[in-house]
Design a binder for this molecule. Structure first.
Ligand code: NAD
Length: 662
């Protein structure tokens, strides 16, 4: 009977029956591995299959289809596998020396398709394993055992000659070469896998199912082994509802982290029963600072987390770590930014940082799995990570450095957070989309519940009536927990009531318009002031007023007065907040018809009242152009960009030119 509720085979005969080829079966079980975060996470792990296929001339060629870089096992497709000539890879494994850059080049040259992705750096290792299917994961349970002072002894005791155990060497050619030399001499008929200390586990087999289920079996054995030594069950804190720290504290920490990184970072907060239990340990700081679960994680999490909030000391330590280790590389190295990516703080919980919301979420997942592995290893024996030099080698690996050098400029608003009110429709929606496309994380507030349907990693949609001060306050807490702060605020939500002349206009109707178009915006400015003041590149506010401010319309008293009042509020905000570097600018759109404010009938009746056709009415401005939501969004983004870094209190019309205003 199983001791743990852990690993289960996800194999399904029905699904497997849909795989017409070896490669299709390879895709299928790769995805099964990818579906299990206890095996692989976020691009980790790799798989392969060896096939014989005809080349252009009809000659048979042995090909290793190995996962290409850039694919994730959970979602990999056939195109995510690189077809490399097996013979070429096996010849490489015979070389005594090869730099990793040379190897990467050879792997590309070995491919039978010019548009193939770059083969995994572990391709040579896959090639030398004598089986059709090879699966490789970084299973938590196995690493919880290898990452202990007696790890090798435990692994040998657990698996016997089912696996060949390889001591840690840096991934890349050195590892492939070591395995090529050691594996054939140490394998027996019982061998179904290979454990790489502090790195991960391989299994292989003649069918996709055999290789996959051997992985599940070996990892299950590791889980059961931990359970039998009372090292599987994790402690959970009784409750996680310790009072949330004020959001300004998180925003301030984000400001410090961004400053250390030299660019704005997204900072996600996570407080679970597990993080609370880990942080309650007296030894949490020392335990968490021993090093990562596998060296690969260093790219996402840095070698150690920041414990507490002293960013300056962390940075100084990182600089010393770089200086101590840089001579390990033959080539001159450029220091990466010294900002931590994982923060453990007793009051704030786990915070993870990244240049994008996705990066912060990846760091979170790795950190959560690492905390579990640490506690299990500690319960078994003691948590032991690799020496810092080994971690440094991966962090500053020539292939990683080359990857960084190839990276283009980051997206314009990468690492920044924009909050847009009224983001479910029209101009607000277009603005949210434009910010997302420009790399920002976006918080969208709207009274329309559908705003939450679009929720994903970079967009947080919160249903919220902006006239409800407490609801806005609460939404800001949620936003700061998810992204860490606020850089740009777009006050866009507004209502345009049916036309009413003053003698017909009730005070109630007037107040309803004022509540949304003016009062709610005071609430938002009031509640966001502190966050905007802590924005790494200075806060920016854009207020969506209207052409009606300067050219009011008959029948639109409440609307025109509300937008004039809003404009005046924004001008005062510009005056008051300039000393904090916060810029406040105003847009005055007119006649933006692809919005919820306008419907076909209103458009037709308005056109008729001016004696124009609908098409003439659409373009009824000096330039004779139609203004769209996307046009307004583009101006809002530009006002938030460095182009307008020295402009505040500007009022920009987006109306095609209006003769009543020029
Ligand atoms: P829209 O109706 O498509 O969008 C307005 C959004 O605000 C809607 O999603 C709505 O649900 C939301 N909203 C309304 N009341 C809310 C509340 N209390 N709390 C939260 N969300 C609320 O219309 P739009 O044209 O995109 O309007 C956006 C802004 O642009 C408004 O302030 C409007 O006055 C202004 N504007 C529009 C035009 C135009 O011609 N469309 C012209 C000038 C100014």
């Amino acid at each position: 009977m199983r001791n743990t509720a852990g690993m289960q085979s996800r194999w399904s005969d029905t699904e497997a029956a849909n795989c017409p080829s070896l490669l299709a079966a390879r895709v299928y079980t790769s995805r099964l591995l990818g579906a299990d975060a206890d095996l692989v996470m976020h691009g980790g792990g790799n798989t392969s299959v060896k096939v014989t296929e005809a080349d252009l001339f009809g000659d048979p060629v042995d090909v290793l289809y190995v996962k290409g870089s850039g694919s994730d096992l959970a979602t990999v497709t056939e195109h995510g596998f690189a077809p490399a000539r097996l013979h070429h890879l096996l010849r490489l494994a015979e070389l005594d020396e090869l730099t990793d850059a040379q190897m990467a080049e050879q792997l590309r040259l070995a491919c039978t398709r010019a548009d193939a992705p770059a083969p995994s750096v572990e391709a040579v290792l896959h090639a030398i394993l004598p089986a059709t299917f090879v699966d490789h994961t970084h299973a938590d349970a196995v690493l919880s055992i290898t990452n202990t002072p007696n790890g090798r002894k435990w692994i040998e005791e657990l698996y016997g000659d089912q696996v060949v155990v390889i001591d840690y060497v840096m991934p890349g050619f050195a590892l492939a070469r070591k395995c090529a030399l050691e594996f054939p001499t140490r394998r027996t008929d019982a061998t179904v896998g290979m454990v790489l200390m502090h790195h991960g586990i391989f299994t292989f087999g003649e069918s996709a199912r055999e290789s996959y289920e051997r992985m599940i079996d070996l990892v299950t054995m590791a889980e059961d082994f931990l359970a039998s030594r009372r090292a599987w069950e994790l402690s959970n804190a009784a409750s996680t509802d310790a009072a949330l720290a004020p959001r300004g504290v998180v925003a301030q920490l984000r400001a410090l982290l961004s400053d250390a990184a030299g660019a704005p970072l997204i900072v996600e907060s996570t407080r679970t029963a597990r993080t609370a239990a880990f942080l309650a340990r007296d030894d949490h700081a020392e335990l968490a600072s021993r090093g990562p679960m596998t060296p690969d994680h260093v790219i996402r999490t840095k070698r150690v987390p920041l414990i507490g909030r002293d960013v300056a000391t962390y940075v100084a330590d990182y600089v010393r770590y770089f200086e101590r280790n840089q001579s390990r590389s033959h080539a001159p190295l450029t220091m990466l930014d010294p900002a931590p990516r994982v923060v453990l703080d007793r009051e704030l919980g786990l915070l993870t940082a990244g240049r994008t919301a996705r990066d912060a979420a990846v760091a979170r997942d790795i950190a959560l799995h690492t905390l579990d592995a640490i506690e299990r290893a500690d319960a078994l024996d003691a948590w032991a990570a690799l020496p810092e030099g080994d971690i440094f080698d991966v962090e500053y690996w020539e292939l990683e450095q080359a990857k960084l050098a190839r990276q283009g400029a980051p997206a314009q608003f990468a690492g920044e957070i924009a909050l847009v009110t009224g983001a479910a429709s029209g101009i607000g929606r277009a603005t949210a989309v434009a910010f997302l496309e420009a790399g920002a994380a976006v918080v969208g507030l709207d009274i329309d519940d559908r705003i939450s349907e679009r929720d994903d990693q970079t967009f947080l949609g919160i249903p919220c009536d902006v006239t409800d001060h407490a609801a806005v306050d609460n939404a800001l807490d949620v936003a700061v927990r998810r992204f860490g702060g606020l850089d740009m605020l777009v006050l866009n939500a507004g209502v345009f009531p049916p036309s009413a002349r003053i003698e017909e206009l009730s005070v109630d109707a007037w107040r309803q318009v004022m509540a949304v178009n003016v009062d709610a915006n005071l609430s938002l400015l009031h509640l966001c002031a502190d966050l905007l003041a802590r924005a790494p590149r200075h806060g920016r506010v854009v207020v969506n007023a209207s052409k009606n401010v300067h050219a009011p319309g008959p029948g639109a008293a409440a609307y025109s007065a509300s937008k004039a009042s809003l404009t005046q509020l924004a001008r005062v905000a510009a005056l008051e907040w300039a000393p904090k570097g916060i810029r406040v600018n105003i847009v005055h759109p007119n006649a933006v018809f692809d919005t919820g404010i306008w419907d076909v009938q209103t458009l037709a009746s308005r056109a008729e009242s001016y004696g124009l056709t609908v098409d003439e009415y659409r373009k009824n401005n000096l330039l004779g152009v139609e203004v769209t939501s996307a046009d307004v969004a583009a101006v809002i983004l530009t006002l938030c960009s460095p182009t307008f870094a020295k402009t505040t209190a500007a009022q920009v019309p987006i109306d095609g030119g209006n003769e009543r205003i020029v």
